[in-house]
Every structure is written in C-alpha cells, then in structure tokens.
Design a protein. Structure first.
Length: 616
C-alpha cells in the first residue's frame, strides 16, 4: 500500500470508528459477528482505493453538510434577538437572503453528496462483482459439487448489490449523521445548557426503543437474506429441471414448496416492516414530547429573562435536527448490519482457496511421431489413485499408455470411474497419488491454460450458451474468424443445417441450445473442438442421446475430428469403439481388462459378456 493509501485507511478508519462508537452507543451492544467489525469494514473500504479522491470528496461534502446544519437555526435566533428586536428591517432582509443562500448551498452540496456516494457504491460493486465472478470461474469442480448454483447466484448478484447500500446509505451517511449530531449538540450546549438538558431527558426513551428496534430488524434482515438464497436455489433447480416436474405431474407439489419458501420470505420482510412501523412513530412521539417539555420550560425562562425568544425558537428547530440523526442512525446502522452479513458471505467465497494449483511453467510438450509419421501427444496414467472424498477411492492404481495419434476406448458400468479419468486429465480435480503425463511431461508441470487448450472435450450433454451459433463455436474468441468457424463446421458436417437456420451462423440458439436437436448440438460441439484444434480429443458418451440416423452423421464427424489426434472415447455402445487401438474395461475404479476389440473377445471375459448382451 502506498503512502496515500495508508493515510486514507487511517483517516477513514478514525472517522468511521468514531461514527460506529456513537452509533453503537445509541443502539446498545451488538453481538459479535452481526454488526460493525473493523477488519470487515476495512476490507470493504479497500475497494475504494482506486477512487480514493472521490471517496474523500464525499467525506468532505458530508463534513460541510454537518457544519452547515446548525447554522440556519442559529441565524434565525440572531435575527429574532437582534435586527427584529430593534426594528432593523434591512438587517432582517439581509440575513434572510443569507439564510436562503445557505439553503441553496446545502441543496447543492446534498445533490453532489448523494450523487457521489451513489456513484461510489455502483463502481465498487461493479469491481467486486467482477472479482467474485472471476474467482468463481477459477475454482475447481469439487467446489461446484458442494455449492448449489442458486447460492452462488445470490452471492454474486443479490449480496453484492446489498453492499451498494453500505456505500450509498451506510458508511458515509452514518458519519454525516454522527457529525451533524455532534455539531448540533455542541451548539445547543454553547447557547443554553439548561434547555439542552431538558431535551436530553427524553433520550433514555429513545435509546430503549432503538435497542428493541435494532434486535428486531437484525433478525428480520437475516431471515430475508436466508430465504432469498433459498428462493434463488429453488428457482434455478426447478426451472432447469422443469421437464422432470411436468413429466411426473409434480407441479402442484413443487408450487406448494415454493409457496412455503416465498411465504417465509414474506414473513421475514413483514417483520422488518412491523419494526419500522413501530420505531418511527415512537421517534416522532419522543420528538413531540421533547418539544412540549422545551416549550413548557423555555417559556417560563423567556418570561423570567433567562432565555431570549430567539433562543427558544432556535431550540425548537434544533430538536427536529437533533432527533432526526438519532432516528436515522438506527436505520443506517441496520442497513450496515445487512451489508456486513452480505460482505461476510461474499468474502467467504473470495477466501475459498479451492483452486487447482497453477504452478506449472511449461507451455509446450515435446512432440512425438504417431503411426502416420505426424507429430502428436501421447498420454500416460501411471498408478493413479483418486477419491472425491477422503479415502473413498474412485480410481485405484490405474495405469495405461496411449500412443501418439492412437485411440483408447474406456467401457464399464456406471460408477466404474470412466468420466473421472477425463476430469483428471484436464485437471478439473487433483489426483491423490500417481502421475499423469503428456509425452513424458507431468501435467502438473504444464501451465493450466496450456494443458486445457490441448484437450478438446465433447460431453454427452452438450452445453450451449445463449447467443448465436457463431458465438457458441468460437466461444467469443475474437481471433477466430467467421470463415474459420464455417470451415470447421464443414469438416464435421454441420454447415448445411446451420445455413438452413434463420440467420445462419447468427441464429440465436437460446439458453442451453433448447431450439436445436440433440444431434445438431453435438455437431456444433464438434465444430467448436475443430476450430480450437486441440492435440487430444475426449468423447464422453457423445452419441448416447441421439437417434440412429443422427448417430451415423455424428460418427462421420467423429472420424473426421479424431483424424490426426490422440483420442479417448467413453461409450456404452460397443459398436462405436470397435476400431479403437486400445480398449480398457473398468470396474470399481480398476482396469480389469485391456486390449483391442478382437483380443478382448478372445479373452472370454467381461467385455465379451457386454458385447454378447448388446448384440444378442
């Protein structure tokens, strides 16, 4: 941190610590972890460093507004006690013009202060949201296995948006309310400590009401955030799986479950509405009580000559200005509480160190000649062990070698560990023991981006993003031209059907490619692989969800894409893998048979039994 940044933290920390000390004094003690925690606030403030100049300008405007607050009642006191008393009409007019000028100045300062704090909140959450999304995309697959998508959506959108209120309505405004309260109190004490003490007699009632308001609103806010997260998770899951709900006629049941979550969310919000509806009238009553006491006591002092009439009028104006910051502090403080809850959740995601270590330095591997004289990449698994959880082994001492340019097929029952192999090759997960190599180079020694750029993956369930066909082929890589995408589509046989779509390559495929058939989505996935030109091709059940006619078209595309590449095929249909150079038969995480198609048939083992069952 540079010197300016240190001064920013020191000044901001000192002012905010004072603000929160006084705010907590007005809202009683706060349970640990639920409100102001300086390390958390300091971390939030760190996002203002790129905009520190604007942040300090907002603080300066806040201080100026706090200083100007008691000036207007003081001027009214002066007018009543001096020019008015002596019949100086020109003096009254002059000071009225001064007051109007101050009012205009306050309005201008409030405009820029509101604009600036709102802008700061928006740019900070813009930066924070980018950081959260970038961090999420860097996490390994294990993280997404444990965390629902709806929860991550809530953290990235709703919780980050809540922090906007911390900047636009929280930190700076709390400081402004505190400074205004201090300035008004100091001026009142300087003018008449007796009248000030009369006003302060109602403060215990206000503190008592604020204490209960704080606890009620904190509980309500926590409930609101809890049920917002649940609602997002529920909606994400059930909209994605809507066909399953409709097929089994579970619409009414799921609608009732959503109604319950929605009702809990409503009740949590209503609790906050109830708290506000009680607290604000109580503040108004306390303000009215303080005014009544002031008038009762002040009129007698005016008659006795201890207090001037102008002083009494000024104190009546000060009462409203004095109690408003106290009322707003409770509201701002609870806004900050809600922001702190969201900040803890957001930083919980950012502090999740569940990334694949990217310590490799190599950005290429020594190429080896394949059987056709070209240069390709060979793959070796050497005594690989892997478990998703503890020592519940999914792979047990798996070893095999794929020659450059060859094709290996992996078959076996569900849960045998077939898909795990391709996840490990792409380093979506880290192995527990053993070694995986490309041409003799440990994949841990390769830069992660380079490794994954060398592996092309076509899954059973092809994922297409909302956007055009071209964007789904190129994945928005500006270095890939339309002509290159068209050439790749022609290679895999996708060009003709794409040109028949309205708009051709600019046709919008909608979310997950819902407007295309399974076979068309597969062809786009193959075109995507071709245009990125990886050295290793992985097909995970790429033909399992399509009809026989589409399978023939896809198989032709597979043959073209596999040509000149080292390939791994995972399939249940043995008809698609009979030409593979090596077939591995897996069971319970182990390779139990290996060989080509004819060799495995001759072994009279598991592969022969599977083949007989499929072709009987």
């Amino acid at each position: 941190m540079d010197e300016v940044g240190k001064k920013a933290d020191f000044i901001g920390g000192s002012l905010l610590s004072l603000a929160f000390y006084m705010a907590q004094a007005s809202t009683s003690s706060t349970p640990k972890g639920s409100a102001f925690e300086w390390p958390l606030v300091r971390r939030i403030l760190s996002y203002t460093r790129p905009y520190r100049g604007w942040f300090f300008l907002a603080l300066l405007l806040t201080i100026l507004l706090a200083v100007l607050a008691p000036a207007i009642p003081y001027l009214f006191q002066y007018i009543l006690d001096n020019p008015t008393q002596y019949g100086n009409v020109s003096g009254v007019r002059f000071w009225i013009v001064v007051i109007l000028g101050l009012l205009v100045l306050r309005a201008v300062l409030m405009y820029f202060n509101t604009l600036l704090t709102g802008w700061l909140g928006q740019v900070v959450i813009h930066d924070l949201r980018r950081q959260v999304f970038g961090h999420i995309t860097s996490l390994q697959a294990r993280f997404f296995d444990r965390n629902p998508v709806g929860m991550l959506q809530t953290r990235t959108i709703s919780d980050v948006e809540t922090l906007n209120d911390v900047f636009s309505q929280g930190l700076v405004n709390i400081l402004g309310e505190i400074l205004q309260l201090v300035m008004i109190f100091a001026v009142m004490m300087a003018i008449s400590w007796r009248l000030t003490l009369v006003i302060l007699t109602t403060i215990p009632i206000l503190l008592f009401a604020t204490y209960f308001f704080k606890n009620a609103i904190k509980t309500a806010f926590q409930g609101v955030r809890k049920y917002v997260s649940k609602m997002n998770s529920f909606l994400q899951e059930h909209i994605t799986g809507m066909l399953v709900t409709q097929i089994f006629s579970r619409e009414d049941v799921e609608a009732e479950r959503f109604r319950q979550i929605n009702e809990n969310h409503l009740n949590a919000n209503l609790k906050s509405v109830l708290a506000y509806s009680i607290f604000f009238p109580v503040v108004e009553i306390v303000t009215a009580l303080a005014t009544a006491l002031l008038v009762w006591y002040g009129v007698g002092n005016v008659l006795d000559g201890f207090v001037t009439f102008g002083t009494l009028v000024a104190f009546i104006m000060y009462i409203s200005m004095f109690f408003r910051p106290i009322r707003m502090l409770a509201d701002r403080f609870n806004t900050l509480q809600l922001g702190m809850v969201s900040a803890e959740r957001i930083f919980g995601i950012l502090d999740t160190d569940d990334k694949i270590p990217d310590d490799g330095t190599l950005t290429e591997v020594p190429l080896r000649k394949d059987n056709n004289g070209g240069c390709q990449v060979g793959i070796e698994f050497n005594k690989v062990w892997f478990a998703y959880k503890d020592h519940d082994w999914v792979l047990r001492d798996v070893s095999f070698d794929v020659k450059p340019g060859n094709t290996v097929a992996i078959v076996g029952s569900t849960g045998a560990g077939k898909s795990t192999i391709i996840n490990l090759l792409s380093r979506f997960y880290e192995i527990n023991r053993g070694k995986i190599s490309l041409n003799g180079v440990d994949i841990a020694d390769l830069k992660l981006d380079y490794l994954r750029s060398q592996v092309g993956l076509v899954l059973q369930d092809v994922f297409l993003f909302s956007g055009s066909v071209l964007e789904n082929i190129t994945l928005n890589n500006e270095e890939i031209t339309l002509e290159q995408a068209q050439e790749a589509a022609k290679i895999v046989g996708a060009h003709d059907f794409i040109m028949r779509l309205p708009g051709g390559y600019h046709y919008e495929v909608q979310e997950r490619g819902s407007t295309l058939s399974a076979g068309q989505r597969q062809l786009i996935a193959f075109a995507r692989v071709v245009v990125f030109n990886p050295s290793v091709l992985i097909l995970d059940e790429a033909t399992s969800n399509i009809d026989t006619e589409s399978e023939e078209m896809i198989q032709a595309a597979i043959d073209k894409v596999m040509h000149g590449r080292t390939s791994i095929i995972i399939a249940h249909r043995l008809s698609t893998i009979q030409k593979a150079d090596l077939i591995l038969v897996m069971d319970k995480g182990q390779v139990i048979e290996r060989g080509n198609h004819q060799e495995l048939l001759d072994q009279e083992g598991v592969y022969k039994r599977l083949y007989t069952l499929q072709f009987a």
